[in-house]
Structures are given as C-alpha cells and as structure tokens.
Write a new protein. Structure first.
Length: 114
C-alpha cells in the first residue's frame, strides 16, 4: 500500500488529551489497516502554542518521532526539549505530553501500537 500525504485523511483535533489549541492529524495508516497490531500511524502538525495534554498508555504504547521543529515533552515527571530526529516512546502505564512553545509548527510521526 502506498499512501501519499495528500491522500491521507486530515483530522483537526481541538484540545487533544486536555491540551491547548489544536492539532492536525494526517492519518497515514489507520487501525483497520494494521492487522490488529496497532491503532495509528499519523503525521501530526502541532501549531505554535498548541499541546497534547498529559495522558497515559496502559494497554498500548505510543512513539513520537520529531520530523521538524522543537517540542517540549514530558516523559512521566521528566521534561526535555526534542528536535528533528529525536524520539519519545511511552507505554506500560507511563505518561507523556508534547507542547510547541516556538513560533513555528512542529511536525512529528505518531505511532500507536497494541
């Protein structure tokens, strides 16, 4: 299967996981296409001032891979700045969040497994 960026469904999500602003979720692969192994592969655009609020992954896991920009992430109680090429993996009941505190969009790949 090949899915081009312009063919992906784009979902505008307001205040994701209790965060601020909104995100644009470009659904590259959805749950029905993952053979029961995952729920989502999406390219996320996080505009300036927006965030995905703190949330846990108990029965699944999520990978954020930063494609563009600079994002502030929490990994449980630890806060770090991630740049293009950096990743955050959260699962096993752990929590995370991501915030764009810059003037430019942040783009990242989000993969939910399990």
């Amino acid at each position: 299967m090949i899915r081009r960026k312009e063919e992906a469904e784009v979902i505008d999500v307001e205040k994701p996981a209790g965060g601020q602003g909104h995100i644009y979720k470009n659904m590259m692969v959805n749950a029905s296409e993952m053979f029961g192994k995952g729920r989502m592969v999406a390219r996320i655009v996080l505009p300036s001032g927006s965030s995905i609020g703190d949330h846990a992954h108990v029965e699944d896991a999520e990978l954020y891979y930063i494609l563009k920009g600079e994002a502030v992430v929490t990994d449980n109680d630890k806060t770090e700045v991630l740049h293009a090429g950096d990743a955050l993996f959260t699962g096993n009941g752990n929590r995370h969040s991501i915030t764009n505190k810059t003037d430019e969009d942040v783009e990242f790949l989000a993969v939910i497994l399990g």
